[in-house]
Design a protein around this ligand. Structure first.
Ligand SMILES: Cc1cc2nc3c(=O)[nH]c(=O)nc-3n(C[C@H](O)[C@H](O)[C@H](O)COP(=O)(O)O)c2cc1C
Length: 412
């Protein structure tokens, strides 16, 4: 597939065309954009729509990038930058940078044992990996990875016994923290993804033919058998355990009544750090702060749930004011560059989650690709902290930034 690069607005705008690097040498991938371009080269269309697609008209997907682009740096000069570092404590333990790999379901569609590869990349870098309820590798197998900071993301479905059992397993597997996703009890209306599928989930004939033209993808994924949702499949009735049927069944079992009382019940059962994920309304942030959770993750599920929602970055400074210093405040959505992380921290985040950037690494080069994606972000952070005249992450504050919403920007 031809990759249509987007050049800088200032120079070389299409004449001659620029190209991202799409080869296999991960060292030559200079930016997340290169890993993304390789992903687009290797993956069939229906997989790309699952990975990239958002809800509805994808206004929130776009907003999550635009929101970053509207903040510009006002760099300092003549600051001693010789001891700057990207390291920061996460839950009281040092991490290589204030970032965790976001929970993503169905990673076997990108690579057989994709959850394990993501976790290996995270462990090698020294950041947490949040494993999704809808992951494909068993929580116990992922937990075996040496040095992994393993967190578990919970989707509530079925009766209480399901989440109680999942919490028991997460605890037994040594998971350090629990993340309850609160904004997906009703599945987002992912138009573009569903255009590649028949009702019920099967890829359309056109999507199958396109997949057949991607033999390397097939060899790395479905040649190992159809993926299954290993951690929850035992809860699914026997006649609904095929891949697409089980996904649909689980979705149907997600109670639409999930409430703050459930948050309290889960809190009472889980003594370790507990985060709620998917908040975009300041009243909910206030409520979460008072609910006894340890952390709040702002975000829209990467633009895959409500369309035309604000992005996490849009409400971050006000959310910070609300939570003060007592509750950890993370954000997710649109992180593609080290400068994005710096901006999020300056506007009040303690840490960020990244979904797609890590997945581009996974698609481009397995566990090594995941590590490369994280390493790119870390190196960019390190360099740009210096460019901004910041002696440390602790020096970041909104005063470093200027909001310039009317500057036209290319949105990648
Ligand atoms: C392919 C894909 C699958 C996802 N699956 C889940 C999931 O199972 N549980 C969850 O809480 N969030 C899920 N998310 C949302 C991510 O955790 C995260 O909030 C989002 O990807 C952040 O945006 P970004 O991709 O721009 O970094 C998924 C996102 C993607 C792209």
């Amino acid at each position: 597939m031809a990759v249509r690069p987007r050049s800088s607005v200032a120079q070389m705008d299409g004449s001659p065309p620029r190209r991202y690097y799409t080869g296999r040498n991960l060292e030559r991938a200079r930016a997340i954009a290169d890993l993304r371009a390789r992903t687009h080269r290797l993956m069939p269309r229906f997989v790309l729509e699952y990975l990239e697609g958002g809800a509805g008209e994808e206004a929130t997907v776009r907003r999550e990038r635009e929101a970053f682009a509207e903040w510009r740096f006002q760099p300092h000069i003549l600051v001693d930058e010789s001891n700057r570092s990207t390291k920061r404590d996460i839950l009281g333990r040092e991490a290589a940078m204030p970032l965790a790999i976001a929970p993503t379901g169905l990673n076997a569609l990108f690579l057989h044992r994709g959850d394990t590869a993501l976790a290996q990349g995270a462990a090698r870098m020294g950041v947490p990996y949040i494993q999704s309820t809808m992951s494909n590798d068993s929580i116990e197998r992922v937990a075996e990875i040496e040095g992994l900071r393993h967190w578990w993301q919970l989707y509530v479905f079925g009766g209480e016994e399901v989440w109680q059992e999942l919490l028991r397993r997460a605890d037994a597997a040594g998971c350090e923290a629990l993340v309850l996703t609160t904004n997906a009890q009703i599945f987002g209306d992912r138009e573009w993804n569903s255009r590649t599928r028949y009702p019920g989930g099967w890829p359309t004939l056109a999507a199958m033919l396109d997949a057949a033209r991607h033999p390397r993808w097939a060899a790395a994924t479905v040649a190992h058998g159809m993926p299954e949702f290993s951690n929850v499949i035992d809860f699914v009735p026997k006649d609904k355990r095929s891949f697409f049927d089980s996904a649909t069944w689980i979705r149907e079992q997600m109670p639409k009544t999930l409430s703050w009382d459930d948050v309290a019940r889960i809190r009472a059962r889980w003594p370790k750090p507990f985060f709620v994920k998917g908040l975009l309304n300041l009243e909910d942030v206030r409520r979460a702060r008072d609910s006894g959770v340890d952390g709040i993750i702002l975000g829209s599920h990467g633009g895959r749930q409500m369309d035309w929602a604000v992005s996490a970055l849009d409400i971050l400074p006000e959310a910070r004011e609300i939570v003060g210093g007592a509750t950890a405040l993370y954000m997710s959505g649109g992180i593609r560059h080290g400068t994005d992380i710096i901006k999020a921290l300056a506007l009040g985040a303690d840490a960020v989650l990244t979904g797609r950037a890590a997945l581009y690494g996974l698609c481009a080069g397995g566990a090594d690709g995941v590590y490369r994606a994280l390493d790119i972000l870390r190196k960019q952070m390190m360099n740009e902290l210096g460019q901004a005249g910041m002696a440390s992450l602790d020096a970041l504050s909104p005063a470093l930034l200027r909001h310039m919403p009317r500057i036209p920007v290319p949105v990648v």
